[in-house]
Design a protein around this ligand. Structure first.
Ligand SMILES: NC(=O)c1ccc[n+]([C@@H]2O[C@H](COP(=O)([O-])OP(=O)(O)OC[C@H]3O[C@@H](n4cnc5c(N)ncnc54)[C@H](OP(=O)(O)O)[C@@H]3O)[C@@H](O)[C@H]2O)c1
Length: 197
């Protein structure tokens, strides 16, 4: 049984990923979110545990990380402080595998576009993770939509972002998360751009 801790579990991509992951009976999910009431309906599943907490609370985070195999962070807001805290507590608890949702544009990899300071939290958090000893995968999606489709391709760090003018579905990003969870060696030490196919 693989144990996955989802940080920011009420996030929109996370909620789609949770549905997909729960179809895989070999996964046990710990859903970490600021207001646990919002996912009460999912907690009826035997393979789900709900934990209420803020990612910046190291004590709560450490408790939630006990016995986990994979941390999947689906966060927004102060991503720099969040990434620092996550890396620190993962180092303390000895968990190696981190999947972290970021954004396209953090390396100026979108042809013809320069995204300014709005992406600073994404850039800074990615640098912290890339400088760590963790087995990370950073996911850099294009603009997101809620369409019920799985249609995406990926690019590596160093490559230009493809098809940046089209949005990609959250379901596609969730599919990538699911593949990373189920295939331990996939995407390790990579930062993947995700665009609509
Ligand atoms: N919109 C786009 O087109 C686009 C494109 C590329 C990348 N992105 C980025 O991709 C990421 C994931 O996307 P999404 O749609 O799933 O985002 P989302 O729905 O905004 O989810 C982010 C989650 O992070 C949680 N969170 C924030 N600070 C937290 C903290 N200190 N402790 C615990 N939880 C915290 C929020 O919790 P609460 O529910 O409690 O507020 C929220 O549920 C976001 O950073 C988003 O900006 C977006």
């Amino acid at each position: 049984m693989k144990r996955v801790l989802i940080l920011g579990a009420n996030g929109q991509i996370a909620r789609v990923a949770i549905d997909m992951l729960l179809k895989d009976t070999n996964v046990k999910l710990t859903l970490f979110l600021r207001n646990a009431k919002r996912l009460k309906h999912i907690a009826q599943n035997n393979n789900v545990e709900l934990v209420e907490g803020d990612v910046l609370d190291k004590v709560a985070l450490k408790l939630a990380m006990d016995n986990q195999d994979i941390v999947y962070a689906n966060l927004s807001g102060n991503l720099e402080a969040q990434a620092k805290t996550i890396v620190e507590v993962m180092n303390q608890t000895g968990i190696k595998r981190l999947i972290f949702i970021s954004s396209m544009g953090i390396y100026n990899e979108v042809p013809g576009e320069h995204y300014g300071s709005i992406l600073d939290p994404y850039r800074k958090s990615a640098s912290i993770i890339e400088a760590s000893e963790l087995d990370y995968t950073i996911i850099r999606p294009a603009w997101l939509n809620n369409q019920d489709e799985i249609s995406y391709e990926t690019t590596q760090k160093g490559e230009g972002f493809k098809n940046a003018s089209a949005s990609v579905s959250r379901k596609s990003v969730a599919d990538l998360v699911m593949k990373l969870v189920s295939t331990p060696t996939l995407g390790v030490h990579q930062s993947l751009g995700v665009h609509k196919a």
